[in-house]
Design a protein around this ligand. Sequence first.
Ligand SMILES: C[S@@+](CC[C@H](N)C(=O)[O-])C[C@H]1O[C@@H](n2cnc3c(N)ncnc32)[C@H](O)[C@@H]1O
Length: 193
Amino acid sequence: MKERITDYTINSLAIVSPAAKKILKYKKSGSVLDLGTGTGRNALFLGEKGFEVTALDSVKSKLAALRKLARERMIPLKIKWANMATFKPAKQYDVVLALVSLHFLKDSQIAETIKRIKEYTRVGGLNVITVHTKKNIGKKHERAHLFKKNELKGYYRNWQILEYREVWGRSFRTKENPTQVKKHRAELLARKI
Ligand SMILES: C[S@@+](CC[C@H](N)C(=O)[O-])C[C@H]1O[C@@H](n2cnc3c(N)ncnc32)[C@H](O)[C@@H]1O
C-alpha cells in the first residue's frame, strides 16, 4: 500500500495538528495558551473555533507572520514573545498546548517547565503535549531533550490521562528538509484533577 505523505512545503498552515483538533472532544470554549506556537497553525484553528488564545514563541519573525495572518483572517489572538522555560503568566488557562516544542528545551529545564505548565492550568483544564522521543536518532535530529519511553506520561501521574501514545508519525516533508522524514513522538492529553 502506498504511504500518504503530508507535504508542509505547500501550506503548513492548512494542516492543523491532530492533537489540537482533539481538544474539541473535551472543551468547546475557554482560554488557551499555545507554547511554541510557531506561525500559529493550531492557535489560528482554536481562535477560529472561539477559544481565547494566547500564542507564545521565542522567535519574533514567526510571531510577526502569525500577527499578519491573524489580522487577515480577523481572528483575535494575543501574541506573546517569551521563552516558555521562564514564562510566568499572570493567570491560569483552561488549555495549555505545547506541540512539537518542549523538546527544544535543555534537559535541565524540562521538569521545572512542565511543573509550571501544570500549575498555570486551571483545575478541570487540559494539557496537550507532543514531543519527539529518543527513537529519533542521528545528526538530522538534534533536539536538546528527546524524551525517554513513558517519560512525558510520568510527569502527569497526579492528573487524569485522557489519551497517551508513543508512535511513529506519518511521513512528511518541509521547506527546510524536502526529502521525506518520519518522527517518533509521544502524545499526551491530560486533565488536571
Ligand atoms: C517545530 S515548531 C512547532 C510549532 C507549532 N507548535 C506547530 O505545531 O506548528 C517549534 C516551535 O517552538 C518554538 N520554541 C522553541 N524553543 C522555545 C522556547 N524556549 N520558548 C518559546 N518557544 C520556543 C520555536 O521557535 C518554534 O516556533
